[in-house]
Design a protein around this ligand. Structure first.
Ligand code: ZN
Length: 164
């Protein structure tokens, strides 16, 4: 297992649209292990492969921060959503930045598990938010794209200052 380097804004890789995984092989499983390890070490609740610079549609998540419950979803798709709630989000690729993002509270997610088997489950509240945030990453979308425009400007200024 190895720890991956988390790409930080404004790394252009974060704006790339990730490609679907055609077959879940040892390569994907190893990547998932590394992503889970990296997420745990960073105290994150979710991580997209895009954030590790790998343009594949893979996400890992761990809403309870319980290391045994971390899991992965490959080619995730949200097939249904309902409810809406604005809550604060942060991102390992945008350190020090937070913002209120409106997300669906209940979703139905489909994808493949680490063995390549189709899975479908319901997620609500925090887990639903994590899925929406991480799937956004796979499409090159960052949470600051979804916050109030004034706040976005402030966040970008802050990030620019930190880069100097
Ligand atoms: Zn993120």
């Amino acid at each position: 297992m190895s720890i991956l380097r988390i790409r930080k804004y404004p790394d252009p890789v974060l704006r790339k649209k990730a490609l679907p995984v055609k077959a879940v092989t040892e390569i994907e499983r190893r990547l998932i292990e590394d992503m889970i390890e990296t997420m745990k070490l960073s105290d994150g609740v979710g991580l997209a492969a895009t954030q590790a610079g790998v343009p594949k549609r893979i996400i890992v998540f761990n809403p309870s921060c319980d290391e045994w419950r971390a899991d992965a979803l490959i080619n995730p798709v949200i097939s249904k959503k309902r409810g809406s709630e604005k809550k604060e989000e942060g991102c390992l690729s945008l350190p020090g930045i937070n913002g209120l993002v409106r997300r669906s509270t209940h979703i139905l997610v489909e994808g493949l598990d680490i063995k390549g088997r189709p899975v479908c489950f319901e997620a609500k509240d925090l887990l639903a938010r994590i899925f929406q945030h991480e799937i956004d990453h796979l499409d090159g979308i960052l949470f600051i794209d979804r916050i109030n425009p004034m706040k976005r400007l402030m966040a970008k200024r802050k990030l620019k200052k930190e880069l100097k």
